[in-house]
Design a protein around this ligand. Sequence first.
Ligand SMILES: *Cc1c(COP(=O)(O)O)cnc(C)c1O
Length: 215
Amino acid sequence: MSGIDPALVAERAVAVRARLDRAGGHDVRIVAVTKTFPAAAIDAAVGAGITDVGENYAQECVAKLSGTSTDPTVHFIGRLQRNKVRQLAGLVDVWQTVDRIELGREIAKRAPGARVMVQVDISGEETKGGCIPADTPELVGALVDLELEVCGLMGVALLAKPELARPGFRVLRSLVDHLGLPECSMGMSADLEVAVGEGATMVRIGRDLFGERSR
Ligand SMILES: *Cc1c(COP(=O)(O)O)cnc(C)c1O
């Protein structure tokens, strides 16, 4: 794992914030994606004023959160298996990748009333997961019926080129509006400007805060 330099992370956080502001996203929240980086990355993000962090892997998330000295708001943003929900309940504040009702049921059982987001497939790449746009309203309704707090939708765009992400972001934002939800989680290091232009309320930033990942 790479070493983390808190001063460098703070500097990069300022640069990301400036990019968001230039794109018109003054109120857009940054979720610091710390996958593959040690607990020190969480502490560095919090030190830089970013109190929302994103984790992708259940085991890593559990281990890392026990090693941090800060108390961030934890977003789970990776592919989620139902049998991992139990160990994550109590650690995760926002479950961003709910894409099927079975997951919702398990979260409702292990963490009643939890905040969740529906992950929508906006890339057409099955490997990224997500509920198809046409099925999203029904899933949102079913999660509300489980008394989960559905706060928004999340999407992972095509990564090839920022501009290719735009149509998917547009689909996600129009669903968010249609459903009257507050949050729209889209945009990563490479395409945050496009995401903000299309109405993101939170962007998920890894590399541009912590540097390249080794895996
Ligand atoms: C890794 C990851 C990110 C961050 O990507 P960067 O290119 O490092 O900014 C955002 N969202 C999800 C779902 C991810 O898996």
